[in-house]
Design a protein around this ligand. Structure first.
Ligand code: HEC
Length: 99
């Protein structure tokens, strides 16, 4: 089972078929309300556009597993997503251009 999941994840991350990219876009859409595409000066909520996918995924998993240094909202939000969802949204956000 574990190997199967790992294989599925590898396939997802290496090929990113159309449906996966689309799902990532939909999932990433929910972040926009708070994070926007550019950071307001002095805002504690940074823009996510164009962040490195690996860095983003690691940060999101920390929130999900309660290991982030500080979290008011993100821990609660990330607990609702699977690791695959998190990979897809990180990939989608990393391809956005910061404006
Ligand atoms: C309701 C507002 C809200 C939504 C929606 C939201 N965030 Fe956040 N995000 C925050 C806040 C506030 C912080 C600061 C950490 C905290 O207090 O939890 C944060 C921090 C982060 C950080 C850490 C950034 C850093 O440099 O430390 C990442 C990464 C992140 N959010 C990703 C996401 C993603 C991906 C989504 C969409 C699935 C999302 N957020 C949706 C409010 C939000």
């Amino acid at each position: 089972m574990r190997a199967l999941l790992l294989a599925a994840l590898l396939i997802l991350t290496s090929f990113t078929p159309g449906w996966a990219a689309e799902r990532g876009e939909v999932l990433a859409g929910t972040c926009r309300g708070c994070h926007g595409l550019k950071s307001e000066p002095g805002s504690p909520i940074p823009s996510l556009a164009g962040m490195n996918a690996k860095t983003l995924k690691a940060a999101l998993l920390k929130f999900k597993t309660n290991k982030a240094a500080a979290s008011t909202l993100m821990g609660r939000i990330m607990r609702g997503y699977t690791e695959t969802d998190i990979t897809l949204m990180a990939n989608a956000l990393s391809t956005r251009v910061k404006r």
